[in-house]
Design a protein around this ligand. Structure first.
Ligand SMILES: Nc1ncnc2c1ncn2[C@@H]1O[C@H](COP(=O)(O)OP(=O)(O)O)[C@@H](O)[C@H]1O
Ligand SMILES: [Mg+2]
Length: 308
């Protein structure tokens, strides 16, 4: 099971869209994929048709359990989405109180990492959507993931916020046993403007190693996909923006792992056997050859930086 996070201390840069789109693409390629919503605003949760106001389950329950000295049952909080092979661990608006409740308590930074450790046989991929601030939730995400994507809107002030985020990542990396590769993903790129190409140039000049080789263009379909309640890749598979995310995913996975969508739906579960309402967490199953251990053993992630 591989865990990636989408993080930036700035809002509105495409963090949630990145998670929804890459998640949809991973699921349609046959990888059992879990999206974890760590933003108290619950935009990913709402987007995928669940109510972030709905009580205290989901991610919040994991922190409650940890506060009582237990490891929460992450599988119990997982819900289905409208896309096959794609599940969600929803956010709760109650998450907004976490820093006040537990911010300084020992061990609370590893709640998500420990909970996800219980899901390794059920999912091939986990994508974590972060809130736009440095706090307990982002600390948890960065401790749980093996790679972080940093979506950055290509606009004039992009670098200001980004420098702050990169300092945060450097700080977190020092505290980790393994390095945390970061890939800056230029988003909302509009070639007709002056701001987009110029800020992209500056981005590349400042972070030459860490900036993705291509860009995610402005594409109004992304906003429309949120209305459809489906990942952009499912709602508008041919959209320009989706094509760009497809390219990003191919770079992240490396040449050996890129496959066409799996028509047979090799998601580890047979959706035909389950009504869409009752589909909870998928059962434990063999980890796909191409995910996790195999890639780690091969020690490669081309185009996108180093790995441990
Ligand atoms: N490449 C894009 N082109 C056009 N609109 C986009 C793009 N990426 C994101 N958006 C839209 O911009 C808004 C903010 O994106 P979102 O992913 O929610 O950002 P964040 O999670 O960083 O706050 C949303 O309305 C989303 O639909
Ligand atoms: Mg968001």
């Amino acid at each position: 099971m591989r865990v990636w996070a989408s993080a930036n201390q700035k809002g509105g840069v495409g963090k949630t869209t990145t998670v929804a789109c890459l998640g949809g693409l991973l699921a349609e390629s046959g990888r059992r994929t879990l999206l974890v919503d760590l933003d108290p605003h619950g935009s990913l949760t709402g987007y995928l048709g669940h109510d972030p106001e709905g009580g205290e389950g989901g991610v919040y329950a994991l922190f409650q359990a940890a506060a009582e000295g237990r490891v929460g049952d992450a599988a119990a909080g997982v819900v289905a989405t409208g896309a096959d092979g794609l599940w969600l661990l929803p956010a709760r608006t109650a998450l907004a109180t976490l820093d006040r409740q537990f911010g300084t308590r020992e061990g609370m930074g590893l709640v998500i990492a420990r909970a996800l450790a219980g899901l390794t046989a059920r999912f091939d991929f986990v994508l974590i959507d972060c809130p736009p601030m440095l706090g307990l939730l982002m600390v948890n995400a960065l401790a749980a993931c093996e790679r972080v994507l940093v979506p950055v809107q290509t606009e004039y002030l992009a670098l200001q916020g980004l420098d702050r985020m990169m300092r945060t990542l450097a700080m977190v990396t020092r505290a980790r046993p393994q390095p945390l590769p970061a890939l800056i993903v230029p988003t909302l790129f509009d070639r007709r403007t002056r701001a987009s190409p110029e800020s992209l140039r500056r981005l590349r000049a400042r972070y030459p190693q860490q900036t993705w080789r291509s860009v995610i263009p402005v594409d109004t379909r992304f906003r429309e996909a949120t209305r459809a309640g489906l990942p952009p890749s499912a709602a508008y598979p041919q959209a320009r923006g989706v094509q760009a995310y497809r390219e990003l995913l191919a770079d992240l996975l490396g040449p050996g792992e890129t496959r066409e969508p799996d028509a047979a739906g090799a998601t580890g579960t047979d959706p035909a056997n389950q009504s869409s309402e009752s589909r909870g967490c998928p059962p434990a199953g063999p980890v796909r050859q191409d995910s996790g251990a195999a890639a780690a053993a091969a020690g490669r992630e081309p185009n996108t930086g180093r790995r441990a």
